[in-house]
Design a protein around this ligand. Structure first.
Ligand code: PEP
Length: 246
């Protein structure tokens, strides 16, 4: 049985003081029978970790660099993130692909780097509205998954988390229907089976993300191939408690 995982992606929101206040309000109310995590702005990483010490809620970042260290002004290495106490790193979020030009190959290098430093990469994939209309969703998702997992051996792949996030559903209030979300998550699991075999496919966790809220979470998370959610906007409010309880 795969344990459900709900991850809040705060994007570029919340100052350090707001982080402390928010986590203090929310930490005891979150249902810990599922895995829960927040991917916070890197500057708030340490205070988020301190705010949640002794509480079983994971903390992660929203991006890492693909190199160990060096002259990469403004970037953050996976090793630094790990040393600060983080557990997760988002890689390949569609906003990174769209605004910062991250390619599938780049996402793969970042996933490898996360694994190297013992962070769990949450590998994001998803199609745009135009790609869905063109009928190329399946082909595109398979390609994104196959490239993201290049050179990642089975024992590491099994620890990764995948987030299916249709770009047209992120921050738009337009959630994919449960059927649409399940169909793509199932396809992702089949692609993982093709790459690594049935055992890994059955163990790897696949999340849905895209306008998840307290009203739609329960139905989405009840689908066979959806193991939880990656939640943007609704993770910034107390509504997130109801999503984790869903
Ligand atoms: C996200 O940021 O990954 C996301 C899914 O955002 P939202 O829930 O706001 O659509």
């Amino acid at each position: 049985m795969r344990k459900k995982l709900v991850v809040g992606n705060w994007k570029m929101n919340m100052t350090i003081s707001e982080t402390k206040d928010f986590l203090a309000q929310i930490k005891d109310k979150i249902d810990k029978k599922n895995d829960v995590a927040f991917c916070v702005p890197t500057i708030s990483l340490e205070s988020a970790i301190l705010s949640l010490k002794d509480i079983d809620i994971g903390i992660g970042v929203q991006n890492i660099h693909e190199k160990d260290s060096g002259a990469y002004t403004g970037e953050t290495a996976a090793k630094m993130v790990k040393d600060a106490g983080a557990t997760y790193a988002l890689v390949g979020h569609s906003e990174r692909r769209q605004y910062f030009g991250e390619t599938c190959e780049w996402v793969n290098l970042k996933a490898i780097q996360a694994i190297k430093h013992d962070l769990i990469p949450i590998i994001c994939v998803g199609e745009t509205e135009t790609e869905r209309e063109q009928g190329i969703t399946s082909e595109l998702i398979k390609k994104q998954i196959k490239i993201a997992f290049l050179n990642i051996p089975n024992e590491d792949a099994i620890k990764c988390v995948i987030a299916y996030e249709p770009v047209w559903a992120i921050g738009t209030g337009k959630t994919a229907t449960t059927e649409q979300a399940e169909e793509v998550c199932k396809l992702i699991r089949e692609t993982i089976e093709e790459l690594y075999g049935l055992e890994t496919a059955q163990k790897i966790r696949i999340l849905y993300g895209g306008s998840v809220n307290a009203s739609n979470a329960k139905e989405l998370f009840s689908m066979e191939n959806i193991d939880g959610g990656l939640v943007g906007g609704a993770s910034l409010s107390l509504d997130f408690i109801n999503i984790t309880n869903a």
